[in-house]
Design a protein around this ligand. Sequence first.
Ligand code: SF4
Length: 985
Amino acid sequence: MLLTRKSSDAQAASPSSSLVSSLARGVSRAIPTMDRRAFLRRSGLGVGAGLAASQLTLVRKAHAADAPKGDKSSKIEVRRTVCGHCSVGCAVDAVVENGVWVRQEPVFDSPINLGAHCAKGAALREHGHGEYRLKYPMKLVDGKYQRISWDQALNEISARMLDLRKQSGPDSIFIVGSSKHNNEQAYLLRKWVSLWGSNNCDHQARICHSTTVAGVANTWGYGAMTNSYNDMQNSKCAMYIGSNAAEAHPVSLLHMLHAKETGTKMIVVDPRFTRTAAKADEYVRIRSGTDIAFLFGMLHHIFKNGWEDKKYIADRVYGMDKVRDEVLAKWTPDKVQEVCGVDEATVYKVAKLMADNRPSTVVWCMGQTQHTIGNAIVRASCILQLALGNIGVSGGGANIFRGHDNVQGATDVGPNPDSLPGYYGVAEGAWKHYAKVWDVDFEWIKKQFAPGMMTKSGMTVSRWIDGVLEKNELIDQDSNLRGLFFWGHAPNSQSRGLEMKKAMDKLDLLVVIDPYPSATAAMAAMPGKPEDLNANRAVYLLPAATQFETSGSVTASNRSLQWREKVIEPLFEARTDHMIMYQLADKLGFGKELVKSLKVVAAKGGMMEPEPESMLREINRSNWTIGYTGQSPERLKAHMRNMNVFDVKTLRAKGGVDKETGYKLDGDYYGLPWPCYGTPEIKHPGSPNLYDTSKTMMEGGGCFRANFGVERDGVSLLAADGSFPKGSELTTGYPEFDHILLKKLGWWDDLTEAEKTAAEGKNWKTDLSGGIQRVAMARNCHFWGNARARAVVWNFPDPVPQHREPLYSPRPDLVDKYPTHDDKKAFWRLPTLYKSVQEKNKEISKQFPLVMTSGRLVEYEGGGEETRSNPWLAELQQDMFVEINPAAANDRGIRNGEMVWVKTPTGAKLNVRALVTERVDRGTVFLPFHFSGRWQGVDLKPYYPEGSAPVIRGEAINTATTYGYDSVTMMQETKTTLCQVEKTA
Ligand code: SF4
């Protein structure tokens, strides 16, 4: 690895290295039983290292009995929590001595991580005691952050908000929520924004997997990973396309490596030879953004050779014939090679591997999703798996790895602009459902909104900058955005950094609520163009508690929920996010409504906050659509206490009784992966693999959802006769259950009288009694219907996925053959450009000839401020860098380790270190996306609150990324744009 170490001579050139030596000394002091060098050796690399890193913390197994002999005052407790970094969900035992988190152990009983951690998980304790955290509320005064009291902060912020509301309406404020909030906080934030009277809220999922959620849900029902990390041990072949799991989801690879030991084939398809590719049997390099050409190239061979699963398609898929015709005619091997650069023999080989080794699975991440055609790319992957009959099968599936620790849960129940929790949408019926759940009058909520805006989807986090900067007459709401909250979100994870800085300066109100000040603090304090600055702007930073300073549930990528115990009390002046929501709501006049249906308890300093258990119970009572109803706090806690009873390959409990409650675990799947239907008392076990007809409803089986009607152009959308989940009383396809269908089936009288009253006029999603679900489940029927998956999604811009060149294409010769979409008006409240940008930049590759793509590193996470503030991790990766091929470097006179400028068509330039490597091809460069704190060559340290700048600072790639958004979800294009690299003079 190129990057410098503390002991390296080259370190002298590192802009951040001077800090590291002193920090490293701090590290050795923190855990004296392991020196820094040993830690680096053990914890730096992915999964194998994760196992090694676990030794680090297992200096001895901690028990209360470990208190020093004779020291009666010393109290040692072990609190079980879950890593706060990625969606794998590794469990951690935190050892707390007299209220201080002193040590940690990976949980060996966890069926997810089996005692393994990656470097980030192994360094977790530092986040709880991080000295670089935001310690008290602050306000930007004359370019410097000054400490203020909580009272002053809450009073001033709420007064500003009410002013903005009066002048410009509730939609003038945008709330960027967090994928790091636990489920209860994410849910409460959506409620909070709703009671404020707006749909202008969003979170990180928009810019990581929104295209997956929309594309996959519109194909077969739910927009989530179908199987699990564990289930990959049952695969015979796995194709990672657009996923570098070895770095982004390190411990997940543990399961793949186990599978490989028993002969599973592993394929990696990626523009870059990643650490995951290094483990593969077959590595295929494609041009960034051309996944559809490759996937349909595979399908060409599958159809041509008759390898598709004909019975499965006939029984369970709609529209495959149309895809087949198009693939055979259009995606011939020569066209595939022309677009994605892969020859016929290689594509054939990969197709055959997937077809010969079923069940085979596909894994994807941001490599597929972050494109202007992201929704179409993910659907091409779905179609491949449907053609092979791999969905609804253990060992098969679409294993879509989510990013942050709770991005799945925040997507399910959190602050989304187009939906209330549980994908209910924002139509009037959804509001009435929640008005009832919240016990708040529907008309009162309606009056909080500007007229007509309650049922209109809000703006997205990817476009809030345009909400501020766009001409007012072109936006689809009264006022431009004037206030913005970054409530646990990194600004550097969003594209178009130069314009973001301008938008930040133009705001009236900017509030950061975060355990760390985040790059927002520095960007807001850094002087911009004087003409952009709003002289009345107010900027506040509020210290939020971490997930280790509260309790609550978190949903891993495989849809399993885990309960985190509180490890320590909130440090410094930090408050929990839900406490801050409650306190602000009070000031804004809807505190009573926010907690009317919740239990409020005393917390830090005697202050009141909603109780996490009570919030989860409210989620249980309301989220019938996705089966967040069966995971009561009690059941989740019992799972956490008894991880040892769950099988690693199936996640199913083999026997087991929870000693504390007497709860019988037998048959439950670990974490009750959603959907876990009905009330907790019904004891649905959760659904380990979605749409699996080989299991009964009560064993977690399922079928494709009937979301899209019963017929299309004379073709049935329901499953064929004889295709049904095991044990079902209905042995054919059928639509969704509602009160009418129940009556027609003659099952209405199975309801109790109370259930009948509640279910009248309702369907399985809106019947708050759960009676409709209960009756269907008793007959092993799936109340969401039994339908076909859609290979053709007729309501999307490209019903059959089409390859379209990116807006900034390196191939002007292909732009005419595969042009982008026409420009759109009023799309998520904003005009959105496609063709006009592409046409204008058709020849731009002459000046910017290199494809610029991005991805993760194992050492850091997300926007990276939190992990780059952790001295343990900071030691491992000290510089922002660009990977460049030796040929491209030599042509530019660049040598390994030198500083270079990366310039893009936006006019931005990044000063980073060159890593000359064959990992990328001659026409591509790669930059990691976890850095911030340097801005076009300038160190932003002076602009952070004193003592809170992250240890490692580097250029954010997104300072330089270009315009481009997915045509369905507003996902930003961050995987394929263009740049030039020059040696720093
Ligand atoms: Fe596990 Fe992910 Fe945390 Fe690493 S970052 S320990 S893989 S949850």
